[in-house]
Every structure is written in C-alpha cells, then in structure tokens.
Design a protein around this ligand. Structure first.
Ligand SMILES: Nc1ncnc2c1ncn2[C@@H]1O[C@H](COP(=O)(O)OP(=O)(O)OP(=O)(O)O)[C@@H](O)[C@H]1O
Length: 240
C-alpha cells in the first residue's frame, strides 16, 4: 500500500449553523494526483483551507507524514511542505515575474535565489518571461506564475484550487502535462470542476457533498458510482 503523506481525521468546520466540513476522514497517498470534486458549496475550498492552515478546524486532526500539524499556522505548514497555491490575487502585479517567484523562494530560505527561481520558472516554461511585470501577463501565464510560486516553496504536497479555471484548451493540456511531471516527487491535491481534466489526470478522486465524503475511488469507480452521478455528475455544472 502507498504511504499516506497527508491525513485528516474527523475534520469539521461550521459557519454559524452551516456545517461546511462535517467530519471528513481523508488520506492523500504520497506521489498521487488526487482530485477533490463536488457540487458548488460542498465544502471543497473550506476543506483544503483547513489542510493548509488558512482556517482552523472546530474538530479533527491533520497529520503530515505522521506528524500532527493541526495546531500549526499556515506559514509553518508551508515550511513543513504543504503549499496551497494562492488565488491569483496573491501575485504582486507591479513586480516582475522573477521577483514574484523570488519572494516565494526566499520565504523558504533558498540559498541560491536566482537558481531556485530559474528552476521553478523552467518547470512552468516561463523562463523567457522572467523580466515581465506580472500584472501584464495573460491570464493563463498568471496562473502558471502562481504555480511556479507554489513550486518555489518546494512542497511535499501541492494543493491547487481550480487550477484550470479560465485557461484556454491548449493551456489546459500544458497544465496537465506539467502536473504529471510533478509526481511522484510532489503529491498533488486539486479542486477541479472540469471533469475531463479530473478523469484524465487524477489517480484517485474524493467527492464531497454537503461537507461530507460521498465517495472515494479511481476515476472509473467514481464515474460508475450512482450516488455520485445523482449528486454531481448528472448536473449541468459537471458538464461545463
Ligand atoms: N467565510 C465563510 N463564512 C460563511 N460561510 C462560508 C464561508 N466560507 C464558506 N462558507 C459556506 O460554506 C459552504 C462551503 O463552501 P466552500 O467554498 O468550502 O464550498 P466549495 O465546495 O469550495 O464551493 P465552490 O465549488 O462553489 O467553490 C458554502 O455553503 C459556503 O457558502
């Protein structure tokens, strides 16, 4: 059996009376691409925010490679190896592409900053854009820059929140190839609405619904699961 790198047990978070995440047990296997899917409002973003430490749980436990990280703030979890790619707003638009990635690399204490930036930009094919002001990049390139910033953190677990949203078809293909190139060295957990991407890329899928795990399995198992079809795959949202 594959080693579990990140695990959640009984994870819960409520907003007022709304149980956004309601007692989730979850295990991320080292080296896999794992997709987190579910209808709008199912709790996906809340769940990965709990994993990354952006928000604190009401109950439950999170372990990284067996070590309890539940009480650690987000920046210390990043140091331990959990990187949650920021939404695009976290890019500094007036800084160059190079400087944006350098800030991420610096936060990890990279000794050879230029080298670390070069490697991260190389992974996403953006070395040629290092000098460009980040705010002037195309949307697709801004998403890739975000990914390069995540990679500069040298994560064990990279959490991506809707990484293909707003990308053109060709850019989605490139993104898929890139994610494949990251594993098994890095483990990838991604929230993704594009079912084609999910079915093509993910080794395993977890389906959330109303804050609970509805199903877990391989793409073929998830596709064949009647509860999933009823809750999610049959909706217009999934066909988008
Ligand atoms: N800060 C907050 N305050 C109050 N309610 C919140 C907050 N964040 C999320 N919620 C609610 O918690 C539930 C889960 O939201 P969450 O964003 O985690 O779902 P999601 O599966 O990521 O949805 P989507 O696919 O639309 O992004 C929703 O009903 C949402 O309205």
């Amino acid at each position: 059996m594959a080693a579990v790198i990140l695990q959640a047990k009984g994870l819960a978070k409520a907003y007022g009376g709304l149980k956004a995440v309601d007692g989730v047990d979850f295990a991320l296997n080292a080296g896999e691409i794992h997709a987190l899917i579910g209808p709008n409002g199912a709790g996906k973003t809340t769940f990965v925010s709990l994993l990354s430490g952006r928000i604190a749980p009401d109950a439950g436990q999170i372990t990284l490679a067996g070590q309890d990280v539940t009480a650690l703030p987000a920046h210390l979890r990043v140091r331990k190896g959990i990187a949650y790619t920021f939404q695009i707003t976290s890019i500094y638009p007036r800084l160059s592409v190079f400087d944006n990635v350098a800030l991420a690399a610096q936060s990890q204490g990279a000794r050879d900053l230029a080298g670390a930036v070069g490697v991260a930009l190389g992974r996403v094919g953006m070395q040629g854009l290092a000098g460009q002001e980040a705010g002037t990049l195309s949307y697709g390139h801004q998403r890739l820059l975000e990914l390069a910033m995540g990679l500069a953190l040298k994560p064990k677990v990279l959490i991506l929140d809707e990484p293909t949203q707003g990308l053109a078809a060709g850019e989605i293909d490139d993104f898929g190839a890139l994610v494949r190139s990251l594993v098994p060295h890095t483990t990838v957990l991604m929230i993704e609405h594009n079912m084609e991407v999910v079915m093509d890329l993910a080794h395993r899928i977890t389906v959330l619904n109303f804050g609970r795990v509805l199903a877990q399995g391989t793409p073929a198992e998830i596709r064949a699961n009647p509860a999933v079809q009823a809750a999610y795959l049959g909706t217009d949202d999934a066909a988008a």
